[in-house]
Design a protein around this ligand. Structure first.
Ligand code: DQA
Length: 146
């Protein structure tokens, strides 16, 4: 395995499976993590998985990316719509970076339609449920090898 990425998950995503499952699905974060690791093995990409409810811990993890990883996938969860600090951290990263969401944030409440953090990434995938993670891995792999 030569290339390595990190998938960063923001607040409340540790509750997946129990939390508003009509929107976010029945899969737990652990199920999604396993699926991502399996896909990674198939395409020879090491996948690290990280979740925090704490903005500062997420920023620290983003700051590690340029030295420790070849790319970053982030689901900033509710911080998507509020965090200029996470946007600034993402902007500082030179490696490929993709934002993902389980739900289609553009078909939901008005306050979810603005993604502040997506201004700091190469691209955005949303609305495919847990498959947003899989599509994110495929997309980051293309960006890494381009
Ligand atoms: C989410 C969408 C956000 O608006 C929300 O706050 C989340 C999950 C998603 O994956 O669909 O926590 O990022």
């Amino acid at each position: 395995m030569n290339k390595k990425i990190v998938i960063i998950n923001g607040p409340n995503l540790n509750l997946l499976g129990k939390r508003e499952d009509e929107i976010y699905g029945k899969a737990t974060l652990e199920d999604i993590k396993k699926q991502c690791e399996e896909i990674g093995e198939k395409i020879d990409l090491k996948v690290d998985f990280f979740q925090s409810n704490n903005e500062g811990e997420i920023i620290n993890k983003i700051q590690d990316v340029d030295t420790k990883y070849d790319g970053l996938i982030i689901n900033p969860a509710a911080f998507t719509h509020s965090s200029i600090a996470i946007l600034d951290a993402l902007r500082a990263i030179k490696k490929p970076k993709i934002e993902i969401h389980l739900s289609n944030i553009y078909s939901r409440e008005e306050y979810r339609k603005k993604s502040i953090t997506s201004e700091g990434v190469d691209g955005l995938i949303c609305g495919f449920g847990q498959n947003s993670y899989i599509l994110g891995i495929e997309a980051i792999n293309k960006l890494i090898y381009n």
